[in-house]
Design a protein around this ligand. Structure first.
Ligand SMILES: Cc1cc2nc3c(=O)[nH]c(=O)nc-3n(C[C@H](O)[C@H](O)[C@H](O)COP(=O)(O)OP(=O)(O)OC[C@H]3O[C@@H](n4cnc5c(N)ncnc54)[C@H](O)[C@@H]3O)c2cc1C
Length: 637
């Protein structure tokens, strides 16, 4: 007979304290729900299973959106970051993305402390072994400790742990990560409730000791002198900004963005290619030992030498794992070949001839639950009150997991208090694109976010995340504090004011707006404007500079709502349309939809493809197949 944990029924029980679980638990508690976070091991809270980095293309924008929703990932990254870089700095702001290397352990400790300090949230170490479901509704869960937990909703965020199986060559071990447990029985419980599970796989490279590396043979990559932080520090009050550091004992000893560490670049050699070719058959992936599907965009080194056979060498990054460890992560050298082959391979690379390996590379296979079984709120269509987020939904990546976690936590709390769920639309947030893609189309490989997945990415620049989330923050009090909400309102007001002001005020007879839009022009702007906070100035300049494109996006959003009314010319040559993906063009050519509405229902036709078609048809140039091309500074489809 199991002991029942506390007499009270929790509003929300979150199962798993990875990146999804932490955000889910914090969001639910911040909305006032009594929340319990159960996790198999308190010492691995928010562990980065793979590389010690947050952000990058599209992912950086997701982190900003999580921050705008009151989440923790951005502040945690800033407080524990050891190198900051703004990617695509030379391109348009719409595709610029912040990225940071973090101190892996500091990241975990700080997140654990943030959870400990959160009012309304209790954390407890236990492995969930099954759901308690009554009449199609979840009412709690069982654990390995013979303790049962009762809750009105459950958020599952079990990552790579469901029937996790680790592979190194022919060697197999059970586990969600090397050194971790495998959640075996929970899968059976989900299946017994009618939830379908499938297998995916992913992999991670070996870790080596820095003192055994010859950095003189590598190229140094420093962080940005002016680091781009992730959190919107301008709208936080100083107390909230580093609440953990102020309230707790865990001073990091360095300020965000200061005292950065370098990464190092090196390349595989001809010898590396020979080793891989000679031993490819021993890799767990190639020997047929792994059944799960892996991410195409994150290929193992054996995959790279096969798929990109014409490339003579592959770039690798040596990334420090923290300030208080000498471990380096070899970014780009993921493999599931036997350990002795891994060693030979590593030693064939300049600077790593004498590398001491402290953790082997491996692949992990795990169960995921196809996300088409979820409502857009991330609640299960099969078991009421059950929410799923993160790698469990078929995604890959810390940021994708955290973004879903925040939404699942919010919606679990909303369900308990009878509120409207938060469903972000595709033009509002990358998180909206992510969840919409998952629940409407599903995924047949681990899903990663790219800017190209977002058809309205011009509207999703990282600087505007708070303004985009503002309508939701107003109706979800608690997600951010009252003071921060007021500052975001103020920011929105200032941005609106200056956009209008600069479009109407003139300098030498020309509006400031027109002067700003003149290519290569650096107009002298009103002194009062220059005194505004940099985040306000940047957003105003972005909106003015790209006004035409942003207005066009707005029109497209309105028109996409009426897709059924848009006729596709019968003679349209899909294969000649620039900007349309080949795979999509072939499908359209084969099925010849009569309207865009019909086109949108063809599997493999993405909203980005529909946007290309819509612009083409609306421009009246459908006959010659040439879609208007965005200027250099705009991201291409
Ligand atoms: C080997 C490996 C390589 C990876 N490589 C990449 C990569 O190259 N690129 C990339 O983008 N992503 C990669 N990932 C994925 C990345 O780690 C995940 O996307 C991300 O961590 C998912 O976050 P999550 O919160 O969904 O799950 P996780 O971070 O996996 O966290 C799951 C949490 O749930 C807990 N848990 C699990 N089951 C139970 C249970 N039954 N009861 C209680 N607690 C439970 C665990 O202890 C853990 O705290 C890799 C992961 C692994 C393991």
């Amino acid at each position: 007979m199991a002991y029942v944990f506390q007499e009270n029924v929790f509003d929300v029980i979150v199962c798993g304290a990875g990146h999804a679980g932490c955000e889910a638990a914090l969001a639910a508690a911040r909305l006032g729900a009594s929340t319990l976070l159960l996790t198999g091991n308190l010492d691995t809270i928010a562990q980065m299973s793979c590389n010690p980095a947050i952000g990058g293309q599209a992912k950086g924008q997701i982190v900003r959106e999580i921050d705008a929703l009151g989440g923790e990932m951005a502040v945690n990254t800033d407080a524990t970051g050891i190198q900051f870089r703004l990617l695509n700095e030379s391109k348009g702001p719409a595709v610029q993305s912040p990225r940071a290397q973090c101190d892996k352990k500091a990241y975990q400790f700080r997140m654990k402390h943030a959870l400990e300090l959160q009012p309304g949230l209790q954390i407890f170490q236990a492995t969930v072994t099954g759901l308690i479901v009554e009449g199609g509704k979840v009412v709690g869960c069982h654990s390995n400790l013979d303790i049962d937990f009762h809750g009105r909703t459950v958020v599952l965020t079990t990552g790579t742990f469901l029937r996790g199986l680790l592979h190194i060559g022919t060697n197999k071990n059970e586990g969600g990560r090397l050194g971790d447990f495998s959640a075996r029985t929970l899968s059976g419980s989900l299946e017994a409730s009618g939830i379908e599970l499938r297998r995916f796989k992913t992999g991670t490279p070996a870790r080596v000791l820095g003192r055994s590396l010859d950095f003189s043979k590598m190229e140094e990559q420093k962080g940005d002198a002016q680091p781009t932080l992730f959190a919107f520090h301008d709208t936080r009050d100083p107390e909230a900004m580093f609440h953990v550091e102020h309230a707790g004992q865990c001073q990091q000893g360095w300020a965000p963005g200061s005292d950065q560490l370098s990464c190092w670049m090196t390349y595989t050699t001809e010898r590396s290619a020979e080793i891989v070719r000679a031993n490819k058959h021993t890799s767990a992936m190639y020997s047929g030992q792994i059944q799960g599907v892996g991410p195409r965009y994150c290929p193992s080194i054996e995959d790279k030498f096969v798929r990109f056979a014409d490339k003579s060498r592959h770039l690798l990054f040596l990334e420090p794992e923290g300030r208080h460890t000498d471990e380096y992560y070899i970014n780009g050298l993921s493999t599931s070949m036997p350990f002795h082959v891994q060693l030979e391979l590593i030693h064939s690379i300049p600077g790593m001839e004498n590398a001491v390996v402290v953790r082997p590379a491996y692949a992990v296979e795990y169960d995921y639950a196809p996300p088409t079984q979820l409502w857009p709120s991330l609640e299960s269509r099969i078991v009421e009150g059950l929410f799923c987020a993160g790698q469990l939904n078929g995604t890959s990546g810390y940021e994708e997991a955290a973004g879903q976690g925040a939404v699942a936590g919010i919606n679990a709390a909303q369900k308990v208090r009878g509120g409207e769920p938060l469903v972000l639309r595709r033009h509002e947030a990358y998180i909206g694109v992510l969840i919409d893609d998952l629940v409407t189309k599903g995924t047949n490989e681990p899903y990663r976010m790219f800017t190209s997945r977002a058809e309205h990415r011009l509207l999703l620049n990282h600087g505007s995340a708070e303004l985009r989330m503002l309508p939701h923050l107003r109706r979800l009090p608690g997600l951010v504090g009252v003071g921060r909400l007021e500052r975001i309102e103020h920011k929105a007001e200032r941005v609106g004011h200056w956009c209008a002001q600069l479009e109407s005020a003139r300098s030498h007879g020309v509006t400031f707006g027109d002067l700003i839009r003149r290519v290569g022009n650096e107009p002298e702007l009103p002194a009062e404007f220059l005194q505004e906070d940099a985040t306000v100035r940047d957003e105003v300049l972005y909106r003015i500079r790209y006004r035409g494109y942003l207005e066009r996006e707005g029109r497209i959003i309105e028109r996409l709502a009426g897709l059924e009314r848009v006729k596709v010319p019968a003679d349209l040559d899909f294969l000649a349309i620039r900007g349309l993906r080949k795979e999509c063009a072939l499908k359209l050519a084969a099925q010849r939809p009569a309207t865009l509405g019909q086109a949108s229902r063809i599997s493999g036709v993405s909203p980005a493809d529909l946007s290309v078609l819509l612009v083409l048809i609306e421009s009246g140039r459908a006959g010659d197949g040439t879609a208007p091309t965005p200027p250099q500074s705009m991201p291409a489809s």
